[in-house]
Write a protein that binds this ligand. Sequence first.
Ligand SMILES: [Zn+2]
Length: 418
Amino acid sequence: MLTAYKGNIIEAKSPTELGLYPNQYLILEDGILIDILPELPANMQEAEVTDFGDALILQSFCDMHLHAPQYEMTGTGMDLPLLQWLNAYAFPTEARYKDPSYARKKYHQLAKELIANGTTRVSMFSTLHTPATLVLMEELEQAGVTGLVGKVNMDSNAPDYLRETTQESIQETLRWLEGCQQFSRVKPVLTPRFAPSCSPELLTFLGKVKAERGLPVQSHLSENVGEIAFVKEIFPDCGEYWQVYDKYGLFDSHTLMAHCVHSTQTEQNAMLKSGVRPVHCASSNNSLCSGISPVGHMIRQGIGVCMGTDVAGGTTLSMLKTIANSISASKDRYIMTGDESQVLSIEEAYYAATSAGQTFLGEGEGFVRGKALHAIVLDDTHLPLLPGITLRDRLLRGAFRLDDRNITAVISNGIRRK
Ligand SMILES: [Zn+2]
């Protein structure tokens, strides 16, 4: 069936270029995007057209780093530093997901909230529990959220109530991967929580599974200085943090590394060379006092930086707010270093929040012709009319001023979900 959506269309073609299509049509056939055109083609005069008037039509968001079980505690404990926060809030919360029926309720709500916020693609951490992880994948798939979910591996340096033995972790990972076969739009991603939470034996196993099955990997890298010092202490044979993942075959173009706040130039070079994708989490970097990432510097070297909310180190599920937070944080970095080139443009931030994640997930950049549509409608028409304001500036203003209440439509994988 031929359909069309009409509005002011904005796509992230590259980190430096927006595609702007004022008052044009997204032309679809059975949910697949055929083209963006200024007029309806002759064969479409009878097609179903949804006209969003003067609102903006954007790519939906790719939240490439968040912790699903922590969604329920978003915003709590935000006056504590990292270690106290983990022990008082994050770990006890994650332990509750031993119960799959508890997980069902929370994950159902999370999936709905993601769609409401215009996030249709994710890369997400679950907990170490296999049943709850499968529940999460099921809830996401039913709600129309696509992407990657990982059962977390942790057999070291975690509280007793949230730690697997090495053998348990290996067996449960295999059992979980078996269970993943029932899903078509939510796929598994291997998830060593971070290097210190996995023994060398477990990392060896994960590297082997990755190589054998061609699976992607997600973890944390160089988030804060204490963590980096700890990694040096327990992996003394690895000169830098990234070398731990590299040593075990977990560092290539199918790898997402959250944060990378304190990545040295050598670490950045290694990411560039291997195609590893850092995930910038501005809100969390601030909340947990991790630092201010040199994200602009990384993007301009050609590193494929993605963006994540990092709920619940991050305080919002909104990728619009995350774009705004990223731009604000980059200005803090400028203030701190005196280097004006640190400041992110809206082109770079919108690209990191959409197209960068898309390319990691195997889609192209922008609105991908020939693929199922992922889009949102952002209605800013109630804001004061600013004479001569461009579509680019409306996108930027929207990130700073609007939220899920202004997202009036969400299309995921060709199907309208909001
Ligand atoms: Zn995280």
